[in-house]
Design a protein around this ligand. Structure first.
Ligand SMILES: [Zn+2]
Length: 244
């Protein structure tokens, strides 16, 4: 599950995502900062952000405590005392994609280039939550595109995938959103996205089919119009790795 993404085109994607505690660091709260033009100090803005975060965290932990009670457990039991806070923090991390946007993710990483052959980053790890049960689904994302005078920093393809997957999702929409985002950012000749994932809500409950996987694809431009391009993409994402 945790192999690093393989980048075709003779380069290996660097792991660029830096884990950080979520919510964002608010350690600047007490630092001296100049007064803004509208009379609001930056400290006040940060204080308000921190108050909002604290109120949100209280709501979330109260909700988890309620859930624990409703399943018949005792939230004051030693092993469960800190569970509401742990779960709230975990849930915030799992949904951090709501606080990111395409502009900041790809900012500065679009380069003019005459490369006109297919670029693929495959085997990008995917961890998401299905929006119907808020239960994880996980797997791999493969992204390919044919540039039209612009290329994107390779690691950014993984970042785009991460941004959309760290939200409440259905796999079909996730696949589409990744494809559309690459189209928006690069206006390439075409984009192909394939997502292969296992849905825990199908394995642990409902159909109870462990081992099943769901495959979705989004083909745009030449990937949709040209059979050979699509076949080349599909062959490359499933070809044997030359190294690992
Ligand atoms: Zn589900």
């Amino acid at each position: 599950m945790c192999e690093s993404p393989l980048v075709l085109c003779h380069q290996k994607s660097e792991q660029i995502w830096v884990d950080r505690e979520f919510p964002m660091e608010l350690s600047m709260k007490n630092e001296e900062v100049p007064t803004a033009a509208d009379g609001t100090t930056e400290n006040k803005v940060l204080d308000k952000q921190q108050d909002d975060e604290e109120a949100k965290m209280k709501k979330m932990t109260d909700a988890v405590r309620t859930l624990i009670e409703c399943v018949g457990e005792d939230p004051s039991r030693e092993g469960l005392v800190k569970t509401p806070l742990r779960m709230a923090k975990a849930l915030q991390f799992f949904t951090k994609g709501y606080h990111e946007n395409l502009e900041t993710i790809v900012g500065g990483a679009v380069f003019e280039e005459n490369h006109e052959d297919m670029v693929i980053v495959r085997d990008i790890d995917l961890f998401s939550l299905c929006e119907h049960h808020m239960i994880p689904f996980y797997g791999k994302v493969h992204i390919g595109y044919i540039p039209n005078k612009k290329v994107l920093g390779l690691s950014k393809l993984a970042r785009v995938s991460e941004m959309f997957s760290r939200r409440l999702q259905i796999q079909e929409r996730l696949t589409q959103q990744i494809g559309n985002a690459i189209m928006d950012v690069l206006q390439p000749q075409g984009v192909g996205v394939v997502v292969e994932a296992t849905h825990m809500c199908m394995c642990m409950r409902g159909a109870q089919k462990p081992g099943s996987s769901t495959i979705t694809s989004c083909m745009v431009g030449v990937f949709r119009d040209d059979v050979k391009t699509r076949q080349e993409f599909l062959q490359l994402i499933h070809s044997k790795k030359l190294f690992s």
